[in-house]
Design a protein around this ligand. Structure first.
Ligand code: SF4
Length: 576
């Protein structure tokens, strides 16, 4: 176990360590090469999978930076090496200290006190696709070890909550039995890998993202040097499908594009590289001009990550995402560093040679749609801001197995699709879904309703996002029946922006609203309008601050009425 690099008050041994660090001999200590009090004789290089991270930390300190707590925690005890200790302490009912809560997240578990004195587990589900047996199995685990429900997240993933400390290990063991894992699902790691939910079944797609998402997921899982980044990292593969994947909100987005004649590369389907998306920091990924053969994606993503590992900020968590290296360097310098890692030049094309991409459809993740396979359909099921009871999950798994191709495909819209449903089974699926209290049809407001966990389960939330989202949707459905176009309403509880409020037509971000001279507050929101995604990608603009939650339904109605009154055609977007 290596020592922390620095604390506010150093003991004698730490001072010796830091002195050695300053003179360039700290590497020996970092790798355990020096006993306390031993005179340094020669520097030694850090070794092992975390060596590059350690060198980046050393450089930060050498240059006068003060590592943030999370970097010290990673250094003091690697979260993977801490696994067995964490399990033992959880089994004994120990509440994790902040540094251990951080380490737990490498294993997918988040201690979420004080809102719930238990763990939440976030899984890894590449491309968001599970088998029916896995879906039912997660439901069983949520009954045995959790709160008897789960949520579909905005990364096409599942979260299970209310896992008591002594159930941490049985829950993780149960995931392994199902062929699943939660490894690296939280903290400074690459999060769930997203891909087109209709990959392989959408007649209009350019490329099936499933092999790419799975392959990248396995690439990550099997290389420990890709854990412990300066900050979290998102990667998405968009195959040109009809359902948006929101790759523009990811650090790395791979977009399938068709290259026309006359470009610097052969015609055909390529993956366009977009970088630096982080909507909570008001930035979307931008086109680098680089295009890749699909089989190159892993190698190039790996090199992009290693540049980030070397140069990401390890002192300030708010500036530690890759976007900030890109902002400081510009794309040209960053890509040159990537090419140096790769040992070759990347291919670039003039955007004029990229054929226009097909428009996405904001209703394609809901209801019945023809697949490219004759006689088969996908059916999107609407979930109340992502929530499912375990009884519903098992019943839905049964429907997938008996009426579809046995798969459950989750989307970034907090819902899921059945796939491979024969025409003759469509009515049965719809009826069985309805019997569970769920729907395969949605109003204009409910199809695009997205909400983060909110203050029922997240200590950062200023408001009850999920509860308020449903109240607003009920109100709009009752009072604005003339709403005839899909509208995205995103409610997020804090600046972490898990529900991506800046890309909603209307986005609400939780805020405490002061209601008395004594400083009493009630739940409320700042309001953003005009965001968008896919072909309409745009960061929205804040128009109101601190609107009480009880006033939000009326404010949303007013915005929508203003849009309906002012538009000149159905095609005119809310942004216009
Ligand atoms: Fe919690 Fe904030 Fe994420 Fe909502 S956006 S789930 S409040 S961290």
């Amino acid at each position: 176990m290596a020592e922390p690099l620095a604390t506010d008050e150093f003991n004698a041994e730490q001072k010796r360590y830091l002195e050695g660090f300053a003179s360039g001999i700290a590497a020996a200590r970092l790798t355990g090469g020096l006993a306390a009090g031993t005179a340094a004789t020669a520097p030694s290089e850090p070794t092992g999978p975390e060596a590059t991270h350690i060198k980046a930390q050393e450089r930060t300190v050498r240059e006068g930076g003060k590592l943030c707590d999370q970097e010290k925690w990673k250094r003091a005890e690697n979260p993977f090496d801490a696994h067995n200790r964490l399990i033992a302490e959880a089994a004994a009912g120990t509440t994790p200290k902040p540094e251990d809560n951080f380490r737990w997240r490498y294993h997918g578990l988040f201690w979420v006190a004080p809102t719930q004195t238990s763990y939440m587990c976030r899984l890894r589900i590449p491309n968001g696709i599970l088998t029916a047996a896995q879906f039912a199995g997660v439901a069983d685990l949520a009954d045995l070890h959790g709160g008897g429900y789960s949520h579909v997240t905005t990364r096409a993933n599942l979260q299970v909550r209310e896992i008591a400390p002594e159930h941490a290990q049985p829950f993780l063991d149960g995931l392994v039995d199902l062929g699943l894992t939660a490894r690296g699902a939280g903290a400074d790691n690459i999060r769930n890998v997203t891909g087109s939910p209709v990959a392989g079944i959408d007649a209009g797609e350019l490329l099936d993202t499933r092999p790419l998402a799975k392959s990248w997921n396995n690439w990550i899982l099997n290389d420990r040097s890709l854990y412990g980044l300066p900050r979290k990292f998102n990667v998405a593969f968009d195959g040109g499908g009809i359902i948006p994947v929101l790759e523009e909100t990811n650090d790395i987005g791979f977009q399938a594009v068709e290259i026309a004649e006359g470009a610097a590369v052969p015609t055909g389907i390529w993956m366009r590289l977009v970088l630096g998306g982080i909507s909570g920091h008001r930035d979307l990924a931008r086109d680098t001009g680089v295009v890749l053969r699909p089989e190159e994606c892993n190698r190039v993503a790996d090199a992009i990550l290693r540049v980030f590992i070397d140069h990401g900020d390890r002192t300030n968590r708010n500036k530690a995402r890759m976007k900030y290296v890109l902002d400081a360097w510009g794309f040209d310098r960053y890509l040159a560093a990537v090419e140096e890692k790769l040992g070759r030049k990347l291919e670039r094309v003039d955007p004029a040679h990229v054929l226009p991409r097909r428009e996405t459809n904001r209703f394609a993740h809901v209801g019945v749609h023809k697949q490219k396979q004759d006689g088969l359909n996908w059916i999107g099921v609407v979930l109340p801001v992502g929530k499912l009871t375990t009884d519903q999950m098992r019943a839905l798994a049964g429907i997938a197995a008996e009426c579809g191709d046995g798969q459950i495909r989750m989307t970034v819209w907090q819902n899921f699709l059945f796939s491979g449903v024969p025409d003759a089974k469509v009515a049965e699926v719809e009826a069985r879904v309805a019997a569970l209290g769920l729907h395969t049809k949605a109003s204009s407001i409910r199809a695009g309703l997205v909400a983060c966990t909110g203050n029922r389960g997240c200590k950062f939330a200023a408001s009850d996002t999920k509860g308020h989202a449903l109240v607003i949707a009920d109100y709009i459905e009752a009072n604005l029946k003339e709403l005839d176009v899909p509208v995205n309403l995103h409610l997020t509880g804090c600046h972490h922006s898990c529900a991506q409020h800046y890309i909603g037509d209307i986005g609400l971000i939780g805020a405490k609203v002061v209601v008395s001279e004594e400083g009493d507050t009630v739940e409320g929101y700042d309001v953003v309008v005009g965001g968008g995604f896919a072909e309409s990608a745009k960061i929205g603009t804040e128009i109101w601050k601190a609107v009480k939650a009880e006033d939000c339904p009326g404010r949303v109605e007013a915005l929508l009425r203003s849009y309906l009154a002012g538009r000149e055609s159905l095609a005119e977007s809310f942004q216009a």
